[in-house]
Design a protein around this ligand. Structure first.
Ligand code: KIV
Ligand code: ZN
Length: 523
């Protein structure tokens, strides 16, 4: 039964909470693209960023607001007038704007701005009133609600409602709660707080104990009608509730959870791949709904059952989440039109010039690798984006000498701001030698935080996707690349991360008028 009462609003915060995850930074264009995809797939509310955090955040939220078609566009603001004004400036051009303001209400969080309970209550009243005077759609969140004393939580929620908040979000900021508690907390607030029936209660869960999806669904049972979530569960630490998980759980288990969303689930795979690609956070193979193995039936018994009746082991169809039934293999005889059609199906919409470039790379790959699968094309596109020509650093030539005798050596030529530079470096293994060569050509202090290699498909001719995460002065960036040669992919991923670091330095370095503020700073 589809009534207003059982419609659950999907609030996506991939571009705010997800993007704040260290290393997941997206470019302006990438944010616009993801916002467009979220809007198209029927997400009700897009939290587009934290406008006061930086000029970049402000510009992205403003432009997303201007371009939005159906979705409400929301910006985040701490509990002060300056943040709220800046947020309003960014979202006001949206057809449906929302201001989301918050303050930490648990004892630990109250200590940060050093406010006692009464002072904090006053602050909440003033700031929500201010936001509501600007915008008639205001969301208020008591950060760390699940560790806030119940009586105090009821008190501040009531104040926010009286001040004009239209949505009350109850965050489990540190991923501490459990499903029964999550349902009880929302139920308790709806029963106890005067005026609660006039607002929407939202749930915002983090996944530190692996319970974010269960907690969000339990909160809905308790009366919440807005779920805050991110694509692929992207987010700090263990991430946020995954959009695809809650949406598919509600769809598949409508028998016991009679709630609906407005999300077109066939768009899930496409946006999942795009978010993985632009954030540099690959999806784990066995991740629910969007993992590479989520619909793979490898064991003999399973395959036999599947051939007789797909429902034997499948509770949802691959098509329901936008996975094409066939993984048509492309090869060196495939033409430009076939490549374009396949890339469209995989969610990449290319201009003619881009298609020409990609076609050349596709042919080179098909020469090296007999069969080119969907995953190979996705890896190729990811690499194409990460290593675009406009980057300051590019790998031009790499040859490594490796074998049982150490040290291994790498002969590397890189283009640095249009000029070729060449070095030979040694190292403990070919990747170490290649990275040392990059460091000689482009000296830097960044620390390698993560180096990860995945085989894209099976077989010894498979491409390797490499992810590299670097940290410098608190700035964290991720680079990715794919190639049938793991060492080449490694060097290119490293250089792609350096290119992102250069951009971040320009935005946030000394002398820049841009600044970065964490949403965890005291309001
Ligand atoms: O986790 C959290 O508490 C948040 C708030 C800013 C809503 O992300
Ligand atoms: Zn959060």
């Amino acid at each position: 039964m589809n009534t207003e009462k059982n419609r659950v609003v999907i609030f996506d915060t991939t571009l705010r909470d997800g993007e704040q995850s260290p290393g997941a930074t997206m470019t302006h264009e990438e944010k616009l693209e993801i916002a467009g995809l979220l809007d198209e797939m029927g997400v009700d509310i897009i939290e587009a960023g934290f406008p006061i955090a930086s000029e970049g955040d402000f510009a992205a939220v403003s432009e997303i607001a201007k371009n939005a078609k159906d979705a409400v566009i929301c910006g985040l603001a701490r509990a002060n007038f300056k943040d709220i004004d800046r947020c309003w400036e960014a979202v006001r051009n949206a057809e449906k704007p929302r201001i989301h303001t918050f303050i930490g209400t648990s004892p630990l969080h109250r200590a940060i701005p050093n406010l006692n309970k009464d002072e904090m209550a006053d602050r909440i009243h003033e700031t929500v009133t201010h936001a509501r005077n600007l915008c008639d759609n205001v969301q208020w969140s008591p950060m760390d609600a699940t560790r806030t004393e119940e009586d105090y939580l009821c008190r501040v929620v009531e104040i926010a409602i009286r001040a004009g908040a239209t949505t009350i979000n109850i965050p489990d900021t540190v991923g501490y709660t459990a499903p029964v508690e999550s349902a009880d907390l929302i139920r308790m607030l709806i029963n106890r707080v005067p005026g609660a029936d006039a607002v929407v209660f939202a749930t915002h869960c983090h996944n530190d104990l692996g319970m974010a999806t269960a907690n969000a669904l339990a909160a809905v049972e308790g009366g919440a009608r807005q779920i805050e979530c991110t694509i692929n569960g992207l987010g700090e630490r263990a991430g946020n509730t995954a959009l695809e998980e809650v949406v598919m759980a509600l769809k598949v288990r409508g028998d016991i959870m009679p709630y609906t969303t407005g999300v077109d689930t066939t768009k899930i795979m496409n946006i999942s791949r795009r978010v993985a690609s632009v954030s540099g956070f690959p999806v784990q193979f066995n991740k629910a709904i969007v993992g590479k193995n989520a619909f793979a039936h490898e064991s003999g018994i399973h395959q036999d059952g599947m051939l007789k009746n797909a429902e034997t082991f499948e509770i949802m169809r691959p098509e329901d989440v936008g996975l094409s039934e066939t993984n048509i293999v492309m090869g060196k005889h495939s033409g430009r039109a076939a490549l374009r059609a396949k890339l469209n199906e995989l969610g990449f919409d290319l201009h003619d010039n881009q298609l020409n470039d990609v076609f050349v790379r596709f042919k080179a790959l098909a020469d090296r690798k007999k069969e080119v699968y969907d995953d190979d094309l996705i890896a190729l596109m990811t690499d194409e984006e990460a290593n675009a020509d406009l980057n300051q650093l590019q790998v031009k030539f790499l040859r490594v000498i490796c074998g049982t005798e150490a040290p291994q050596s790498a002969d590397l030529t890189m283009v640095v701001n249009g000029e070729d530079r060449q070095v030979t470096a040694t190292g403990d293994g070919p990747v170490d030698a290649a990275f040392n060569a990059v460091r000689q050509i482009f000296p830097h202090e960044a620390r390698l935080q993560l180096y990860q290699v995945h085989a894209v498909t099976e077989g010894t001719d498979a491409q390797a996707t490499v992810s590299v995460r670097l940290e410098e002065d608190g700035r964290i960036v991720t680079g990715q690349s794919a190639d049938t040669d793991t060492v080449v992919a490694s060097a290119r991923a490293y250089v792609s991360a350096l290119n992102r670091l250069i951009v971040r330095r320009e935005k946030t370095g000394p002398g820049s008028d841009r600044r970065e503020i964490s949403y965890k700073d005291a309001g």
